[in-house]
Design a protein around this ligand. Structure first.
Ligand code: NAD
Ligand code: DAU
Length: 373
């Protein structure tokens, strides 16, 4: 039996995965089987616009479940696997690293091994056509000094957090399955994403929501850490380009050429909200009573205890994907951030739904101590 034009996506109910699934169906019109455990970070609401659409099937399950993965491959015979599923938050990896090893390392191994079995059963043409695309991160390269050149595909791995180490381990397994068994793999290492559906534990959505509500905006350390920001739709278009035109066995760095200090990002969000949202009323000296004067949201910025092992700077050299696959980002940071702020303003119900009891417990755990300093 031949391959179909279906793709198997893992983690397609998370932030980037759901943007990818929506964009994929819009761009290609071809079916997606979406395997997602629906952890705290996975949210079927992200895919509500696909309800009743026969081109999307959401399967709640674990990438560690070899039997389930194998049976999905045999049933749907996908032409590609696009692997997003992961534990993705660095701060959580400092608190509960075991979940990161389980999903990012062992889960990726299970997926690779099932992919290899399925791929081995194909005829020669289909073996050549099949792809396993592994979505990874720039954090595997470690940290940069202010004048260091940006990370290229040749930069040595030097992960510094349990999250980064687990992703690095998964990248090595992917490489090994190509080198040893010939599995046609592709790996992408992308910089920080932002945009719709990002869970509000990450810097940009956390700051948007706190600033809307007049809560402190926690900036780790001196706020001078630098990240290279990319609008999520640009990451998704890069993954489509790598899937269609990338060379098996190769890795591709993806980035927006958009380095910003955290404090500058937070200041920009404050200014956008001052312009786009109702003004933040100043508190009077009498408890919760408020007067009519408004205060700039920048006043909410609170410097808090730094993240242990906090990488100082990330920057991506994306010249390989630009040159070889003719990919470039479409969105600029300023307009992308404005779109993102508007999205959170327009989706208050989504926000309220994800900020459940478990979310509140995490916020208390991560910021209770820090803010008490
Ligand atoms: P996310 O945390 O928003 O989503 C992860 C998804 O994986 C969730 O839907 C979750 O339910 C699912 N999942 C977790 N464990 C699973 C398991 N055992 N089996 C099946 N599903 C499981 O993450 P994200 O920010 O969308 O990141 C997606 C991928 O992109 C990750 O691999 C991450 O390392 C990588 N990445 C993220 C960024 C970024 O800025 N967010 C940048 C570069 C690379
Ligand atoms: O670089 C790619 C990576 O980007 C991805 O692999 C990760 O999955 C993704 O979570 C992201 O990691 P970061 O640690 O860079 O993202 P985060 O949004 O957690 O933090 C961005 C920066 O902001 C970082 O320097 C830490 C800082 N920060 C973060 C939070 C949550 C704060 O100053 N305050 C905060 O409350």
């Amino acid at each position: 039996m031949k391959l179909t034009n279906t793709i198997l996506v893992t983690g397609g109910a998370g932030f980037i995965g759901s943007n990818f699934v929506l964009g994929w169906i819009e761009a290609t019109g071809t079916p997606v089987v979406n395997l997602d455990l629906l952890t705290y970070a996975g949210n079927p609401e992200n895919l509500a616009s696909l309800e009743g659409d026969a081109r999307h099937r959401l399967v709640r399950g674990d990438i560690n479940d070899a039997e389930l993965v194998g049976s999905l491959l045999r049933e749907h015979r996908p032409r590609a696997i696009v692997h997003f599923a992961a534990e993705s938050h660095v701060d959580r990896s400092i608190v509960v690293p075991d979940a990161f090893i389980r999903t990012n390392v062992h889960g990726t191994f299970t997926l690779l091994d099932q992919a290899k079995r399925f791929w081995s059963s194909l005829d020669e043409d289909d073996r050549r056509a099949f792809r396993f695309l592994h979505v990874s991160t720039d954090e595997v390269y470690g940290t940069l000094g202010p004048n260091d050149p940006a990370f290229s595909e040749a930069t040595a791995y030097a992960p510094n957090s349990p999250y980064a180490a687990s992703k690095a381990a998964s990248d090595h397994l992917v490489r090994a399955y190509h080198h040893t068994f010939g599995l046609p793999v592709l790996t992408t290492n992308c910089s920080n994403n932002y945009g719709p559906f990002q869970f509000p534990e990450k810097l940009i959505p956390l700051v948007i929501l706190n600033a809307l509500e007049g809560k402190p905006l926690p900036v780790y350390g001196d706020g001078g850490n630098v990240r290279d920001w990319l609008y999520v739709e640009d990451h998704c278009s890069a993954i489509r380009a790598v899937l269609e035109r990338g060379r098996p066995g190769e890795t591709y760095n993806i980035g927006g050429c958009c380095e910003r200090k955290n404090l500058d990002v937070v200041n920009t969000i404050c200014d956008l909200l001052d312009e786009m949202a109702p003004p933040l009323a100043a508190k009077t000296g009498h408890g919760a009573a408020r007067n009519s004067a408004s205060v700039p949201r920048r006043q909410l910025i609170t410097f808090v205890q730094d993240r242990p092992g906090h990488d100082r700077r990330y920057a991506i050299d994306a010249s390989k994907i630009e040159r070889e696959l003719r990919w470039t980002p479409a969105e600029r940071f300023e307009s992308g951030l404005r779109r993102t702020v508007q999205w959170y303003l327009d989706h208050r119900v989504w926000t309220e739904n994800v900020r459940s009891g478990a979310y509140l417990a995490w916020i208390e755990h991560n910021y209770g101590e820090r803010l008490a300093r």
